[in-house]
Design a protein around this ligand. Structure first.
Ligand SMILES: Nc1nc2c(c(=O)[nH]1)N[C@H]1C(S)=C(S)[C@@H](COP(=O)(O)OP(=O)(O)OC[C@H]3O[C@@H](n4cnc5c(=O)[nH]c(N)nc54)[C@H](O)[C@@H]3O)O[C@H]1N2
Ligand SMILES: Nc1nc2c(c(=O)[nH]1)N[C@H]1C(S)=C(S)[C@@H](COP(=O)(O)OP(=O)(O)OC[C@H]3O[C@@H](n4cnc5c(=O)[nH]c(N)nc54)[C@H](O)[C@@H]3O)O[C@H]1N2
Ligand SMILES: [Mo]
Length: 763
């Protein structure tokens, strides 16, 4: 089929940002909200006195003087501040079996949940239930389990520090560490990998470091869509002449060119700023090979420089004083062959050497990375190889240099900081015991994958979800759906209706909560909450809009209600804490010393930065040193049985927030009005005897022949600028291709970004 005739597929010529972004914002606002409220909300976003954008975790510049424009932030806000409502009348009109047939987009597009609802089996409908009755029913169920480990407590990363802290307190007093959370599907490879390398599972840079760096590497993340405010930072660096080297299988427009909507010049002249100085289309899953290749090239260049009488290219003083394990790393790099590196990465040796040379020439380097690096069987190893590369030239713990994982949800990092973890440390549990006077459970709890496995096996009987859409976000949703339908109890604290709410347990209850933009009034007045961004900056967020319904409660208030109904002998004064969130912050400070003077420091505009010891070259590893860590081989998954397999990655469109589908367009990738596509290299398509626009089935290659086939049926092949041997499809539609037991063994992160597949004409 000739190129332009595939419906909804047409290459996009413009830059990221620019007029296209302004137009998209205007449409989002028109669709979702009353105009008067909108401008108020948008102007308060990311301001010292306003609310934190619920979009991404990119930090705010220190002195935000004017509204920082972000198309996808505006979409996230207008999606929450929509004037549409999902009322008891709505549920009366639509049985759950009917709602199940709606699309994910249609469900959320109905608007904000307004009342607590409980499922009524006789009528197959959710019906209104009072708050007290809802809490009573939940408490009764939870008290009925002999073993608290039979309950799962999920968290999605929007919850504030205050909500998350109260939640973990309730759950630990109840008696379990079952804290599956979205982080388990996201940056777990960072949380597990970096502490072993540098003693902390967080990024080491601040926004100011970007003003001082001499080179930036962007590996496996898509800022134009997922952290658009980062483009302003990248643009400024590019304008300073800082090389920006990208490793990404797909050409992403936001990494190529950006027109800043704040720049009258670029807007009026239709100009834009080139972002990447070099764009390397690594094969999906080829990053370990690239990173080892860059280090191998660096060591070779270092040896050559030394031989020629130069000082060498490594920071030898740093390596000697601060690190361990260099010899083992060097030996590993010696054994890996360029043939293997080239085959696995899909990149020629010269390309990798050129990237290594940019790295070696720069005094201060920052590396940024996202899901393209973490959601692999080798996710933890990817992160650690990246840390190795940085340590070789002392690029961690000094101004202008460091490692920058781009976190996902706006407070996913903070939730972890304040105790949402299935593997709590001893000092933390001791502090809980000291401050609150009850003995918290000490055994490891369930991660996200472990929790759904326990649900599927029938070991877990109930789930409480603080936000999110776990069943749809998880691997193998069909298996998860079936498991969730066997539960006794499912409780969802949510702003909007989604498919997870329709997986009916014996008791299914939806508890509607305030969103970030809304005024949170408690006994002592209007409350602020706090959040932590990707760069460990903690700051306040205060909603100003009137709540979507007078029935809504805040997340802290809902958690207190659950705790009071579940724990008759509780040691915590829940009502007192919820009356004034400053009291919750005092308790956070009492448990976590890093939050000293919490209330005072967070009252400062812009907040404060939590201590990240590695940023000061203090390595909190058992040896007190940073560690070079070796991983075996360079292959993503040596077990893949078929030589003709392509490697499929799952990606976010420009019109979605995780499982929230705002619309069906993916402007920068040239897709309009549809999501049923698979992006393939034209040469791979031709080799398969297929063409652009052909309808195909994508089948996952099972490592274990006993498994049932996993097929994504009837998607349209789009010839795209993507590395050979690679394929890409949208999350969550492609999640059925990922088996539940396919994850990074070290971190448990599902392999959403490296699924071996075969492609054939649909039949
Ligand atoms: N608007 C919007 N903002 C968001 C989100 C959203 O859905 N919408 N989600 C939030 C969340 S929870 C998260 S975690 C972040 C996600 O932010 P990203 O990490 O940017 O998310 P992905 O869309 O998953 O894209 C990953 C990028 O990695 C590339 N990639 C895929 N496979 C590989 C690989 O094997 N190697 C390399 N080097 N690159 C690869 C893809 O081409 C893509 O450009 O964004 C957050 N912000
Ligand atoms: N194939 C594939 N799967 C993936 C990924 C991938 O890249 N590929 N990415 C993974 C990643 S990185 C993540 S983080 C997970 C995301 O997994 P989740 O965090 O579970 O999913 P979301 O889609 O962000 O959750 C959306 C729902 O959150 C609720 N919500 C929104 N705002 C609020 C609020 O303020 N409070 C409360 N209580 N609820 C709210 C709404 O009801 C909405 O429907 O998905 C993972 N799954
Ligand atoms: Mo995420």
């Amino acid at each position: 089929m000739p190129k332009d005739t595939v419906p909804g597929v047409k290459p996009y010529g413009g830059p990221a940002g620019g007029w296209g972004a302004l137009g998209a914002v205007a449409r989002a606002i028109k669709d979702q909200m009353a105009i008067a409220e909108d401008t108020r909300a948008l102007r308060r976003m990311n301001q010292p006195s306003g609310f934190d954008c619920p979009g991404c975790a990119w930090p705010d510049p220190k002195h935000t003087s004017s509204f920082e424009f972000c198309e996808n932030g505006a979409k996230a806000v207008s999606w929450e501040t929509t004037s549409r409502r999902v009322t008891p009348d709505f549920f009366a009109a639509h049985p759950v079996s009917e709602l199940w047939t709606w699309s994910d987009h249609a469900l959320e597009d109905e608007g904000r949940l307004t009342h607590p609802m409980a499922y009524d089996r006789a009528t197959d409908r959710y019906v209104e239930i009072g708050w007290d009755e809802a809490f009573r029913r939940i408490g009764e169920r939870l008290r009925g389990y002999a073993d608290p480990d039979m309950v799962e407590f999920y968290t999605s990363g929007r919850a504030s520090n205050e909500a998350a802290f109260l939640y973990q307190l309730f759950v630990r007093e109840y008696g379990t560490n079952n804290f599956p959370d979205c982080s388990n599907m996201c940056h777990e490879a960072t949380s597990v990998g970096l502490p072993q390398s540098i003693g902390v599972g967080k990024g080491t840079v601040t926004l100011e470091d970007f003003d001082l760096c001499d080179a930036i590497f962007c590996i496996g993340h898509n800022p134009g869509t997922n952290h658009p405010r980062m483009l302003t930072t990248l643009r400024e660096a590019a304008k300073r002449g800082v090389p920006i080297v990208v490793f990404n299988p797909l050409r992403e427009r936001g990494l190529e060119r950006f027109a800043a909507p704040q720049s009258p010049l670029e807007m009026l002249t239709l100009g834009s700023t080139p972002i990447a100085s070099a764009y390397h289309q690594v094969k999906v899953g080829g990053d370990v090979a690239v990173l080892k290749g860059m280090m191998k090239a660096l060591l070779a260049a270092d040896a050559a420089d030394l031989a020629a009488g130069g000082p060498g290219l490594l920071d030898r003083a740093f390596i000697a004083a601060h690190t361990a394990g260099f010899e083992a790393l060097a030996a590993d790099l010696e054994t890996v062959s360029w043939d293997l590196i080239e085959a696995q990465s899909g990149l020629p040796r010269a390309t990798i050497e050129s990237a290594a040379s940019v790295y070696a020439k720069a005094q201060n380097v920052i590396v940024c990375y996202g899901m393209g690096l973490t959601q692999h069987r080798h996710g933890t190893s990817n992160v650690q190889q990246l840390a190795n590369l940085m340590l070789l030239r002392g690029n961690i713990g000094r101004p202008g240099a460091g490692i920058c994982p781009l976190r996902g949800h706006s407070n996913v990092q903070g939730d972890r900081t304040v105790g949402i973890t299935e593997i709590p440390s001893k000092p933390f549990l001791d502090a809980i015991e000291r401050v609150f006077g009850f003995e918290p459970p000490r055994e490891k709890g369930h991660s996200a994958v472990e929790s759904v496995q326990a649900i599927i096996d029938g070991r877990s009987k109930a789930i409480i979800c603080l936000g999110g859409n776990l069943a749809v976000a998880m691997s193998d949703p069909e298996a998860v759906f079936a498991g969730m339908r066997k539960l006794d109890l499912a409780v969802h604290i949510a702003t909007k209706l989604n498919r997870s709410h329709l997986l009916l347990a014996q008791d299914s209850i939806i508890l509607p909560c305030l969103g970030r933009t809304e005024r949170d009034l408690q006994e002592t007045g209007v409350q602020s909450v706090t959040v932590e961004d990707s760069m460990s900056m903690v700051h306040a967020s205060r909603g100003t809009l009137p709540p979507a319904s007078d029935q809504l409660r805040s997340e802290p208030a809902i958690i207190a209600g659950l705790a009071l109904a579940t724990l008759p002998d509780t040691r915590v004064d829940w009502a007192w804490l919820v009356a004034d969130y400053a009291r919750i912050r005092d308790k956070i400070e009492a448990v976590f010393p890093d939050f000293f003077d919490f209330n005072a420091r967070v009252a400062e505009p812009g907040g404060f930065r939590l201590n990240v010891p590695a940023s000061q070259r203090e390595w909190r590893t058992p040896s007190g040193k940073a560690h070079f860590l070796v991983c075996d081989g360079v292959e993503e998954d040596p077990r893949v049985a078929r030589a003709d397999a392509l490697r499929l990655t799952t990606i976010r469109s420009h019109d979605q927030y995780n499982t929230t589908i705002y619309g069906l367009n993916d402007r920068y990738r040239g897709i309009t009005g549809r999501r049923d596509v698979v992006f393939l290299n034209g040469d791979d398509l031709a080799a398969l005897g297929l063409g652009h626009g052909d309808v195909v089935d994508v089948e996952a290659v099972a490592n274990d022949p006993g498994q049932p086939p996993r097929v994504l049926r009837g998607v349209t092949a789009v010839a795209y600028d993507i590395a050979r041997g690679s394929a890409a499809a949208y999350y969550p539609e492609a999640n059925n291709l990922v088996a539940l037991d396919s994850f990074d063994e070290r971190s448990g992160t599902p392999t959403y970004k490296s699924i071996p597949v075969v492609i054939r004409r649909a039949g």
